[in-house]
Design a protein around this ligand. Sequence first.
Ligand SMILES: *[C@@H]1O[C@H](CO)[C@@H](O)[C@H](O)[C@H]1NC(C)=O
Ligand SMILES: *[C@@H]1O[C@H](CO)[C@@H](O)[C@H](O)[C@H]1NC(C)=O
Ligand SMILES: *[C@@H]1O[C@H](CO)[C@@H](O)[C@H](O)[C@H]1NC(C)=O
Ligand SMILES: *[C@@H]1O[C@H](CO)[C@@H](O)[C@H](O)[C@H]1NC(C)=O
Ligand SMILES: *[C@@H]1O[C@H](CO)[C@@H](O)[C@H](O)[C@H]1NC(C)=O
Ligand SMILES: *[C@@H]1O[C@H](CO)[C@@H](O)[C@H](O)[C@H]1NC(C)=O
Ligand SMILES: *[C@@H]1O[C@H](CO)[C@@H](O)[C@H](O)[C@H]1NC(C)=O
Length: 255
Amino acid sequence: MMRLTPISNLMAKPSFLPPFMFGLLFATFEVILSAKYPSFTVDQSALLALKSHITHDPHNFLATNWSTSTSVCNWIGVTCGSRHHRVTALNLSSMDLTGTISSQLGNLSFLAWLDIHQNSFHGSLPIELTNLRSMKYLDFGNNSFNGEIPSWFGCFTKLQRLSLYLNNFIGVIPSTLGNLSKLEKLSLGGNQISGRIPNSLFKCKELKYLSLYNNSLEGSIPTEIGNLTLLDTLYLGDNHLKGKQFLVIVSFIFI
Ligand SMILES: *[C@@H]1O[C@H](CO)[C@@H](O)[C@H](O)[C@H]1NC(C)=O
Ligand SMILES: *[C@@H]1O[C@H](CO)[C@@H](O)[C@H](O)[C@H]1NC(C)=O
Ligand SMILES: *[C@@H]1O[C@H](CO)[C@@H](O)[C@H](O)[C@H]1NC(C)=O
Ligand SMILES: *[C@@H]1O[C@H](CO)[C@@H](O)[C@H](O)[C@H]1NC(C)=O
Ligand SMILES: *[C@@H]1O[C@H](CO)[C@@H](O)[C@H](O)[C@H]1NC(C)=O
Ligand SMILES: *[C@@H]1O[C@H](CO)[C@@H](O)[C@H](O)[C@H]1NC(C)=O
Ligand SMILES: *[C@@H]1O[C@H](CO)[C@@H](O)[C@H](O)[C@H]1NC(C)=O
């Protein structure tokens, strides 16, 4: 049964602040916040920190272009939101850059697209990237990153694409990737990943593309792979997988 609140009750509610006062209060709050950390300065210093961690830029893409005399929104590879002028996408792919990823990149709080594939970035990925909760697209493919695939990738709940192919990642596929319920493309081929394929991966119901080729994965292919009803591309070759592959793949084809 539904309990109806008499209209007179609603009307009688004391409204201690008229709506426009709320607006004013928020506006003031926003001004105070942005005065403390002007947002354009935060994005600019995050990108300048990234630039300072790039040790080789043979075509001088950033050296001359990423200059403080213009807004970061005009910098090569940078895209800003039209309304708030914060950095939403960073695309430094195929620029032949060498360097590491600075932790300040985690300050680009509006960043949703990050594509740095086909460069020579190395080192491990800083945990500060977990601040980037809007992240939808991450392509770190064809670089020289090493260390384990961070389990904190599981916190990017909006992630649709994760590409780590052709790097030097070691260790296991973190089971936290199963938290990426929006993930459509996962590309981990050409690393030195070992262990079994975690069952949790098959919770990623939106997966269309799964590539794990040329790693050191072992064990059998979990039958739960049949749960991925949208899957249309699957690369598992050049691993140490054994067992029921044939049956699994046949049942996969007939789904
Ligand atoms: C930086 O590169 C962008 C895109 O190529 C270009 O539009 C802009 O004029 C360049 N800025 C400078 C200062 O060279
Ligand atoms: C980044 O730029 C390259 C080259 O212009 C392009 O092929 C690629 O699709 C871009 N990445 C994204 C995520 O838009
Ligand atoms: C940016 O990130 C660095 C390192 O993660 C941090 O020390 C700094 O306080 C952050 N904030 C700003 C506004 O730069
Ligand atoms: C990886 O990058 C190198 C250059 O850095 C390029 O020559 C090679 O074709 C790329 N491989 C793939 C598979 O994209
Ligand atoms: C992600 O998944 C793991 C297990 O697969 C779980 O323990 C964890 O709480 C989940 N959440 C986050 C934010 O990683
Ligand atoms: C796969 O689907 C079955 C049947 O719908 C379900 O019981 C099982 O929990 C699913 N497994 C995963 C890993 O999502
Ligand atoms: C697989 O990766 C190894 C290095 O880990 C490399 O030497 C080999 O050429 C790769 N094989 C294929 C088929 O890509």
